[in-house]
Ligand binder design. Structure first.
Ligand code: 26W
Length: 780
């Protein structure tokens, strides 16, 4: 036995002999004390909850470690196909409660902490949300990771470890103020830094071509500015099944020689500045959802993620198979979460050809069989395009490859439609014009074997509209995958009262098989069950009311109807329609029209993109309307309105269980799917909604008696645009007329002249894309 073998066998022996960690209360208590005292160096004089929280995370994390390793080994040993979810956003929220639930340790940890004289709830509440996402797209990525681990699917998430996540939203005089979210300030005890898997990502420079040994022309990308990508791994536990998958987040770091070059030349400040440029890449999440702002740093982020992740996967492959890629496409698949990581198409081509020596045809065959693209929006302003000029400066080698993909692609189009030059222009991956642009969605489609929308309607509208030409060329690529949410976080964890009731009536198992909720159907008319159901709802409403009181200073009466709309603020989501209805209710109160009245508390929450003027003005309107109504004694027992600041994952965990009515009121055809709609309904709220996104499929499942349907259909919306006369609609609807005149008279902005003029204009504009006035009557 040589030294190396000896070391190896000692290592594996000692590792396999590690005693398993106890999963009982006593072990938890002892391990907690060891961490708290010995590792963290705290004692009973330490007052902050922070160290107790850290100790708690550490005892859970160490219980995930062995399972994590075994999961990796199992994937290696079975040589199964692996999937990689590439996403610029993972909106994870809190991890602690989820880890306890999935390890099956919820009750025992609570008990252990009790023994130690601490409150689990208090520690759990002290955890920061990991807010590395904007909204639906980022939260979907997080829910998928949970579900894949629970289904024991070999799926790894790849993302960016932003120093600053989604901004914290505060209100000043009813207006949104953005504050940086320095979520890593106190450290992140869940992550494991893995510098041994660092990758190098290149920017700038130029390509050089040389003949290789075989006489083939080979490209070299030279004179680049390099950035290191350091991975941080976060465990993703499955639900009580021993599986722990991985979310790998990349942090950018400067390379040493990059600094040294300038340092040696006597340019110390410059060398430090260069370090900043490198590390800027992962500094902050872009807070736009649905509209691209075209910033260079954003493209750097996108390429950084794509390149580091692909190199990581390829390095593992080469470690096992050498440069033999014949089975690579059978064993690997990359799912692109929207076009944001779609540089990956060209980057995989580059790595296979320039680094691993494959020819174009073999590289393309592999790429086009391993990439898959999910589209998340039909809004044209959200479709990513990057200036060719920017690409040439930042990623010259990638641009060459994109041009070559395009040339071959257009040749295929021309074979399919000879002489149709208009179609060539439409479908080209490069949009011509004064500033030529790379169309990222088209690059993603050309490079993928699968393209999906996120709800049945959305997928249909994609192939009928936006991607029609591509559907005609490659119908087999297009399919639907209706979104879903994890029932562990969004029911078991956030609604323990209802979870207990379910366990006691239909038994457990629904956490991994939601269809079992059908078992409740026979209980629909059961008096005893309904009474318990009401008690659960009532307790959840009290909890929500406490949150609203604490964060908004508004008193919600749990006996009233809780009517809730929480999501990003966007005109197509029509928070404005919600406000118009609130004003209408207020108008009824003032007219004494209250004989058939259900007391109602309206809660609206969500962040606006910092540069989105109308969205921000809508927030201001909600707050002003709330001030007027909440201060009016005549409305006191009938109507309350609150805007919840800083809507986030952890807030939704209190909101969904405490709501009666879920507002899903987007202009039909605009909301790709929606996922909040699902979270509300699985906690027993009914929905008011349009026939849009997944609302349609939800309604089929829950039945129309649980869904207040209103509004134009997607087809009617398109048809209506041609002859839309909001002025006439308002004039013929007394209620709407009074609402609009209250608004334009300045009733809600007495000391702020004209601030709501843009809103009145939006409603009365015949070109209002969101058809607010058209749907008002049927909404009411
Ligand atoms: C940088 C510009 C940008 C950023 C984010 C453009 C577009 C996006 C996303 C596509 C916006 C988004 O989150 N879309 C939402 O995706 C959810 C998950 O599929 C759907 O449920 C929502 O309907 C859709 O709006």
């Amino acid at each position: 036995m040589n030294d190396k073998q000896l070391k190896q066998s000692l290592l594996s022996a000692s590792l396999t002999e590690l005693p398993p960690l106890g999963m009982d209360v006593l072990s938890l208590v002892n391990d907690f004390r060891r961490y708290y005292t010995h590792s963290l160096g705290r004692d009973r004089h330490s007052r902050s909850t922070h160290y107790a929280y850290q100790a708690l995370v550490l005892i859970l994390r160490e219980r995930l470690m062995e399972r994590w390793k075994q999961t990796r080994y199992a994937y290696e040993e079975t040589d199964c196909k692996q999937a990689y979810y590439l996403s610029l956003e993972f909106l994870m929220g809190r991890a602690l409660g989820n880890a306890m639930l999935n390890l099956g340790l919820e009750e025992d940890t609570a008990l252990a902490l009790q023994c130690l004289g601490m409150e689990l709830e208090e520690l759990a509440e002290s955890e920061h949300d990991a807010g590395l996402g904007n909204g639906g797209l980022g939260r979907l990525a997080a829910c998928f990771l949970d579900s894949c681990a629970t289904l024991q699917l070999p799926v790894t998430g790849y993302g960016i470890r932003y120093d600053y996540g989604m901004f914290r939203q505060q209100l000043a005089d009813g207006e949104q103020v953005e504050e940086p979210d320095h979520w890593l300030r106190d450290g992140n005890p869940w992550e494991i830094e893995r510098p041994e898997y660092t990758q190098r990502v290149r920017f700038g420079g130029r390509s050089e071509f040389q003949r290789d040994g075989a006489g083939r022309l080979a490209a070299r990308w030279v004179d680049t500015n390099d950035v290191l990508a350091i991975p941080y791994d976060v465990p993703i536990p499955g639900y009580q099944n021993g599986t722990v998958n991985t979310l790998r987040l990349w942090k950018a770091a400067a390379t040493d020689e990059f600094d040294l070059g300038e340092f040696n030349a006597g340019l110390y400040p410059e060398s430090v500045a260069a370090k900043n440029t490198a590390e800027q890449i992962t500094l902050v999440l872009y807070p736009n959802d649905s509209s691209e702002n075209g910033k260079e740093l954003r493209l750097r982020q996108q390429y950084f993620l794509a390149s580091a992740s692909l190199q990581d996967v390829l390095a593992r492959w080469v470690g096992i198979h050498g440069n033999d890629f014949t089975r690579f496409a059978e064993k690997n698949v990359f799912q692109l979460n929207d076009t944001h990581p779609s540089c990956a198409v060209a980057e995989l081509m580059r790595l296979l050809m320039d680094k691993h020596g494959l020819g174009w045809d073999q590289a393309w065959e592999i790429t086009a069989r391993t990439m898959a693209y999910t589209n998340h929006t039909l809004l044209p302003e959200a479709l990513e395009k990057w200036p060719v000029r920017l690409f040439r400066r930042l990623l010259p080698r990638l641009l060459e490859i994109i041009f070559e993909i395009n040339a071959r692609f257009l040749a295929e189009v021309a074979r399919h439609w000879p002489g149709d030059s208009e179609r060539l222009r439409r479908m080209s991956l490069i949009e011509e014009g004064r500033e030529p642009m790379v169309r990222m969605a088209y690059l993603a489609i050309a490079g993928s074997f699968s393209v999906n929308g996120v709800a049945a309607l959305h997928s249909r509208l994609l192939v009928e509209g936006l991607f029609r030409d591509f559907f005609e060329l490659w119908p087999h690529k297009f399919n639907n995958k209706t979104n879903g949410v994890t029932p562990r976080r969004w029911l078991a964890r956030c609604n323990p009262g209802l979870a207990r009731l379910l366990d006691e009536t239909i038994g457990s198992g629904w956490e991994v098989d939601l269809d079992r909720l059908r078992g409740l159907l026979p209980l629909a008319e059961d008096g005893a069950f309904r009474e318990r159901w009401r008690q659960v709802k009532r307790a959840n409403k009290e909890r929500l009311a406490q949150m609203v009181a604490a964060e908004c200073g508004v008193a919600f009466d749990p006996q009233a109807l809780f009517d809730v709309q929480v999501k990003r603020i966007h005109e197509y989501k029509r928070q404005l329609l919600d406000v118009l209805h609130v004003i209408h209710l207020y108008d009824r109160i003032k007219r004494g029209d209250t004989t058939t009245w259900t007391p109602r508390c309206v809660l609206i929450g969500g962040k606006a993109a910092p540069g989105y003027f109308m969205a921000k003005r809508i927030i201001k309107l909600i707050n002003n309307v709330a001030l007027v109504i909440n201060a009016d004694p005549e409305a006191d027992l009938l109507l309350k309105v609150a805007f919840l600041p800083n809507y986030r994952v952890s807030a939704m965990e209190t909101i969904a269980p405490g709501s009666d009515l879920s507002e899903q009121i987007s202009t039909a055809g605009k909301e790709a799917s929606g996922t909040g709609n699902m979270k509300f309904m699985m906690n027993g709220a009914v929905t008011i909604g349009t026939l849009d996104g997944a609302n349609i499929e939800i309604r089929e499942e829950v039945g129309d008696e649980n869904f207040f349907l209103f509004g134009l259909t997607a087809e009617q919306v398109e048809e209506r645009r041609h002859h839309y006369d909001p002025g006439a609609i308002i004039a013929s609807d007394e209620d709407l007329e009074r609402v609009v005149s209250l608004l334009s008279s300045g009733h809600f902005n007495q000391l702020e002249p004209r601030i709501f003029d843009p809103i009145v204009h939006a409603i009365t504009n015949p070109f209002d894309p969101w058809l607010i006035a058209a749907d008002f009557r049927s909404y009411v």
